[in-house]
Write a protein of this length. Structure first.
Length: 250
């Protein structure tokens, strides 16, 4: 099963403009992400799907592989689908967000491996247990409810499943976990990816602003793997400064 990692890279960002070009330890955020993704064992290679020539130049300068994609795409998945159209022999595509410079290569291998382990699954992702009640209530922490055979039942910014009467410490510490933090790492089979990118956003997706709900609302299953911790992404300047301190040891 041929696997290709794709990093969708958009220059503009709402909370931290041009964050992928910010530098820590002499490297851009995008280069850190590329190098981390390249350490995964599952894939034939890594392609950065860029929307701006400045990003293409950056990738070229650090020796990576870049493909210019339509700047009008509204999601990273659309960029991955455009790359997939150029690689007809590749069976599986892994979507790694460009602002994840500390992503664990083992998580990439895990999410790709789920599509080998579950032949009927068209899409796979990962989640980590939520043990902190504040994280559970944070709408910035996307939750996933997981059913039998590791199938996603629903994704939400709300605290789901809702516990009538309040969440107890016992429920937060439950094993297997009751509450899960969904991480934005995906693997798709080629045919599913092309279908997904061609579908209009669903009502649930538009309400929650979570594109994975497009698949669930259309009756397409998503299998979820477990990782023990979430690696920090970069959404804000504070996130970047914390990353820079970890890299540069200040």
């Amino acid at each position: 099963m041929q696997v290709q990692i794709v990093i969708p890279a958009r220059l503009a960002s709402t909370r931290l403009p041009e964050k992928l070009l910010l530098r820590a330890g002499g490297k851009s955020v995008l280069q850190h992400t590329y190098e981390a993704a390249s350490r995964a064992a599952c894939a034939e290679g890594v392609i950065v799907a860029v929307d701006d020539p400045r990003l293409a130049v950056e990738v070229d300068e650090f020796g990576g592989s870049a493909l210019m994609t339509n700047p009008e795409h509204t999601s990273g998945t659309d960029r991955v689908a455009e790359v997939a159209a150029t690689l007809p022999e590749t069976a599986v595509f892994v979507n790694v967000q460009g602002d994840e410079p500390e992503i664990d290569p083992a998580a990439i291998d895990l999410v790709a491996g789920l599509l080998q382990k579950y032949p009927a699954a068209m899409m796979a992702t990962v989640a980590t247990p939520i043990r902190d009640p504040q994280r559970l209530e944070d709408p910035g922490c996307v939750k996933v409810v997981i059913g039998a055979d590791h199938q996603a039942l629903y994704f939400s910014r709300a605290a789901v499943p809702h516990v009538r009467g309040g969440v107890s410490a016992l429920e937060l510490d439950a094993e297997p976990p009751l509450f899960w933090h969904h991480l934005g790492l995906y693997a798709y089979r080629r045919e599913f990816l092309q279908w997904f990118a061609a579908q209009p956003p669903g009502r649930l997706e538009q309400a929650e602003k979570l594109e994975q709900l497009r698949a669930l609302e259309a009756g397409r299953g998503i299998v979820v793997g477990r990782v023990e911790a979430a690696t920090p992404g970069i959404d804000t300047l504070d996130d970047f400064e914390a990353f820079r301190h970890r890299v540069e040891g200040e």
